[in-house]
Design a binder for this molecule. Structure first.
Ligand code: ADP
Ligand code: MG
Length: 553
């Protein structure tokens, strides 16, 4: 037997980082832009607290492709690095300058929106580049510009260089197997996916803009055009602003910015904004859903400090709200190195229940502010609400204040209003208030008509999850039961006071009933003759409630 220690050297670790740290090669661009953004944000912070005495100006980040030289570069006007800082921050794998900055300025900079975290992002450049150069000049007085160059082996060169402007330029010499990252369309796609709402403006090429004609110009005057920076992002999206700054129209515009292919306005929005016990902002939208449970595309997007993380938000957003659209931005959602979030984390659960509460509160206020409008939209939002009621107890507890129960006649009741209304006429022998409902107004037309003739209210509950909703209501509300309008339970209800005189005598009725029963020949149905006054159905066939419901499940 022998023991010993395994020898780990940098040479061995480096290719591992390249290969396995990130599952997705394309994220290198997000990481480098995040660093450029952090560098700019840090400089701003240092100028604000008076530590950097420079003209901050209106810094941008520029992304450039040089196809001939096979390079992609990311240039910022941030705080830059001195030679020593390059040694410290770049040459030390897994030492995060972002973390260090937050630690050093923890009181003043905690809400500054610094993105970096693990001290590994920079090295993702080697997933696509065979050689990386850094040209950087610190904001600090008298600092000399330096150039760092490394081909992915642990050897690097650091030397003085010519660079007159403050900031950093990262130049990636794209490897042969990653040439797609020299395509304009590919880079544009990545910038749009990850950085559409980046905190600092990102320039990618130029674009032509038409100037407005000066006043009093001749009708055939030609409008002048100018070349301007093509800024691909909106650094101040709706969710970063206070709700009081925004009008309904601004939210609709933001919705379209998020989902350019959605032409229909959303029904409602919910602006999320918490800073304790965790930080979270966002805007959720209710699209027109009707009974549609299909959420293939245009899902809720998760951001962190305005950098896109994922649109797989299961766990963070409770299931029933996955039908909504919008954005959630939280720096407090714990991510792993490749910025996928950690589902099982306690913080994630807290966030999920906060969102549930917030949506419930918003429904209450929407209902109270304009009941008419809310009722009109009910059909398009009910699937979300009903799904929430059956899946989230906290949501269910509040739902009496905003869940509606529409009748076949187009009335909308809250739970208490409904029970109040039907109690006198729809209480059965056991003292239970029986809520009659139809699931399909057309198919159950004659049953509905006959029940209404007897003076009963009939609800129209037609979403696909209604059987579960009814189960939930029956198990939690006291002294109520539900009966489908075509089930036999309805016969147990107290009849209207004045009996209708039938045209048939009792013997006729018996014979008729027997005949019908024989011709149907199915034990599961009950035949019930109707007293022919105004209904157009001379008899009804009903089944036990449980059989009717089973068919819907
Ligand atoms: P992290 O961002 O998690 O700190 P990175 O590996 O992405 O880790 O970057 C390491 C460090 O290198 C940063 O924290 C920062 O100090 C420095 N750095 C990287 N890019 C830049 C840049 N564009 N400008 C200034 N400093 C930078
Ligand atoms: Mg980083």
């Amino acid at each position: 037997m022998s023991t010993g220690s395994i020898n780990v050297s940098v040479e061995n670790i480096f290719p591992l980082i390249k290969k396995f740290l990130y599952s997705d090669h394309e994220i290198f661009l997000r990481e480098l832009i995040s660093n450029a953004t952090d560098a700019t944000t840090k400089l701003k912070h240092l100028t604000v607290i008076g530590e950097a005495k420079v003209d901050y100006g209106n810094p941008i980040i520029e992304v450039k492709i040089d196809k001939e030289a096979k390079t992609l570069s990311i240039k910022d006007q941030g705080l830059g690095m001195t030679g020593e800082e390059v040694e410290k921050y770049i040459n030390q794998v897994a030492f995060s300058g972002a973390e260090e900055f937050l630690e050093k300025y923890k009181d003043s900079a905690k809400d500054a929106g610094i993105i970096g975290h693990f001290g590994l992002g920079f090295y993702s450049a080697f997933m696509v580049a065979e050689k990386v150069e850094i040209f950087t000049k610190s904001y600090k007085e008298d600092s000399k510009a330096v150039r760092w160059i490394c081909d992915g082996s642990p050897e690097y060169t650091l030397e003085e260089t010519e660079k007159s402007d403050r900031g950093t330029e990262i130049v990636l010499h794209i490897a042969e197997d990653s040439l797609e990252f020299l395509e304009e369309s590919k880079i544009r796609e990545l910038l749009t996916k990850y950085n559409k709402f980046n905190q600092i403006p990102i320039k990618f090429g130029m674009k032509t803009e038409t100037l407005p004609l000066p006043e009093g110009s001749a009708e055939d005057a030609k409008a002048e055009t100018v070349e301007v920076d093509n800024i691909i992002n909106n650094p101040t999206p709706a969710w970063t602003k206070a709700p009081s700054e925004l009008k309904a129209e601004d939210y609709n515009n933001f919705y379209r910015e998020l989902y350019p292919m959605q032409f229909e306005d959303p029904l409602f929005h919910i602006h999320l904004n918490v800073d304790y016990p965790f930080n979270l902002t966002g805007v959720l939208f209710f699209p027109k859903l009707a009974n549609n449970l299909n959420i293939e595309k245009d899902k809720i997007q998760l951001y962190q400090n305005q950098v896109f993380v994922t649109d797989e938000v299961k766990g963070i957003v409770p299931d029933f709200l996955m039908l909504l659209r919008g954005v959630i931005d939280s720096p407090d959602i714990p991510l792993n190195v490749s910025r996928s979030y950690l589902q099982a984390d306690g913080a994630v659960k807290k966030i999920s229940s906060y969102i549930t509460k917030k949506v419930a509160d918003k429904m209450v206020s929407l209902f109270n502010e304009n009941r008419e409008d809310y009722q009109q939209k009910w059909n398009d939002i009910k699937i979300v609400i009903e799904y929430g009621m059956i899946s989230e107890d906290k949501f269910y507890e509040k739902s009496d204040k905003f869940a509606l129960y529409p009748t076949t006649e187009g009335q909308y009741y809250l739970w208490n209003e409904l029970v109040e209304k039907i109690k006198p006429t729809q209480t059965d022998k056991d003292g239970k208030t029986v809520i009659l409902y139809a699931t399909n107004a057309d198919e159950q037309h004659s049953y509905i008509a006959s029940a209404r003739d007897k003076g009963y209210e009939v609800l129209l509950l037609d979403s696909p999850i209604v059987p579960h909703l009814i189960q939930k209501l029956e198990s939690s509300k006291e002294n109520v039961s539900f009966a489908r309008v075509d089930a036999d339970h309805i016969n147990n209800l107290i009849k209207k006071d004045e009996p209708v005189i039938s045209k048939l005598n009792e013997t006729d009725k018996e014979t008729l009933k027997k005949n019908i029963e024989e011709s149907i020949n199915d034990q599961k149905f009950t035949v019930q003759l109707e007293d022919l006054d105004s209904t157009d159905a001379p008899f009804t066939l009903t089944q036990p409630e449980f059989i009717r419901r089973m068919k819907d499940m």
